[in-house]
Design a protein around this ligand. Structure first.
Ligand code: SAM
Length: 306
């Protein structure tokens, strides 16, 4: 029994029998592979193919349209960094909006902040929420927090309807700009994020890989510099199961009280109260926060020239 691997849908190929290989036009000529123990779920929602499999060495794995979204072993790196890089950079964040993030991991991290009073999440695909609750309880635990309100819908439309200055922070935990997330990387969306933020409010978006996507990052940085009149920064971190093993983040603030993203003034690792319900932080700390903004020369040259 090959754990149903031979029945993998066409959207993903198992170039090596019993292995999942992540082949995509977004990273031509390379593919990360994980050994598959058993396929746990396969489905097709109105938006994307959804697969969950038990891997041999990374725990359970969530795949959307053939692209690894998270694994139990290394999701902490991404969820903790995309949440705490913005929230630890401003004093007392109260109202937070998450776009995407249907697995609930960002909710788990945002709810560690005692100052937060309200967390809205707008996820387009209910199947991702349901699958995460069933197969990734340690990630979907974020939904248990009473401050969370789940909206199922397109983040683009949701933000258009948000009153000006509503949020202290917006976190865009999106999949890649192929498929339903495409518009989340475009200028009109960033403009609607800026409108939804208060003066000195912050946004953090998933911003691809400096090894693979400098052309996408260039455009994002250029758009953000035009739209966000506070500060615009690019940070990055290591996530072994993301293409090229790294992922980046755009950290921007609107005009108003200055935000120095490189100096976490609201350190979450100093506060232990969240550990009881959410478990310890596995990746984020104040030092790795500041270090995340140190870029290799080839990336710094492009990003600072925009
Ligand atoms: N949290 C994941 C991780 O740890 O890597 C990252 C990806 S998360 C699963 C990306 C989510 O964005 C998916 O659930 C997808 O359905 C959602 N999404 C894509 N486009 C969207 C849109 N336009 N509006 C709202 N959610 C969207």
């Amino acid at each position: 029994n090959d754990g149903g691997v031979s029945e993998l849908p066409d959207c993903i190929s198992s170039v090596i029998p019993g292995w999942f290989s992540e082949i995509s036009p977004m990273w031509p000529g390379e593919a990360h592979s994980l050994k598959v123990e058993k396929i746990l779920f396969q489905g097709k929602s109105d938006y994307q193919n959804v697969i969950v499999f038990q891997s041999a060495t990374y725990g359970k794995v969530l795949v959307l349209d053939g692209v690894i979204q998270l694994t139990e072993r290394d999701e902490c790196a991404y969820q903790e960094m995309i949440s705490h890089l913005p929230l630890c950079s401003i004093p007392n964040p109260k109202k937070v909006l998450v776009i995407g993030g249907g697995d609930g991991g960002v909710l788990r991290e945002v709810s560690r902040h005692a100052s937060v009073e309200k967390i809205d999440i707008c996820e387009i695909d209910k199947m991702v929420v349901d699958v995460s609750k069933e197969y990734f309880p340690s990630v979907a635990v974020g939904y248990d927090d009473p401050r969370v309100t789940l909206h199922i819908g397109d983040g683009v439309a949701f933000l258009k309807a948000v009153p000006e200055g509503t949020y202290d922070a917006v976190i865009v935990d999106s999949s890649d700009p192929i498929g339903p997330a495409q518009e989340l990387f475009e200028k009109p969306f960033f403009e609607s994020v800026a409108k939804a933020l208060r003066p000195g409010g912050v946004v953090c978006t998933q911003a691809e890989s400096i090894w693979l996507h400098m052309h996408i990052i260039e455009d994002i940085v250029a758009n953000c510099r035009q739209i966000f009149k506070g500060s615009v920064n690019y940070a990055w971190t290591t996530v072994p199961t993301y293409p090229s093993g790294v992922i980046g983040f755009m950290l921007c603030s609107t005009e108003g009280p200055p935000v120095n993203f490189k100096n976490p003034i609201n350190p979450i690792d100093a506060d232990e109260s969240h550990i009881k319900s959410k478990g310890p932080l596995k990746f984020y700390n104040a030092e790795i926060h500041s270090a995340a903004f140190c870029l290799p020369s080839f990336a710094r040259k492009v990003i600072e020239s925009k």
